[in-house]
Design a protein. Structure first.
Length: 108
């Protein structure tokens, strides 16, 4: 092998050593691992439902105007959060739709 080939092989080996991450074992296997995102959303949803039930069961006639306003704001925020968590889907921009239509016209 000449020097040029040795340099190529060494460079390739260096790039592969940097590019490929080393895999490590999960040491913490006990039950103190954090919950998944779906579990956290489920827990937050239960907390919001419980808070809404508390708000519904309150006697609002004894509250001041500012307190009622704060409660309405809190309920609106929870509603926005629940709606934000439920939105699932694919959103396409107008430009993407035009490109897709043009590609379909060219293919067909």
């Amino acid at each position: 092998m000449n020097v040029k080939n040795i340099v190529r092989v060494a460079a390739f080996a260096a790039v592969m050593a940097i590019a490929l991450p080393a895999k490590s074992n999960n040491i913490a296997t006990d039950s103190t691992q954090p919950a998944s995102a779906a579990d956290m959303k489920e827990i937050r949803g239960q907390q919001m439902l419980q808070r809404l039930e508390e708000i519904r069961s309150m006697d609002k006639s004894t509250l001041t105007r500012a307190e009622r306003k704060d409660l309405r704001k809190e309920v609106r925020e929870m509603k926005k959060e629940a709606h934000r968590d439920q939105i699932k889907g694919i959103y396409l921009s107008i430009g993407a739709l035009i490109i897709i239509i043009l590609l379909l016209i060219l293919i067909l």
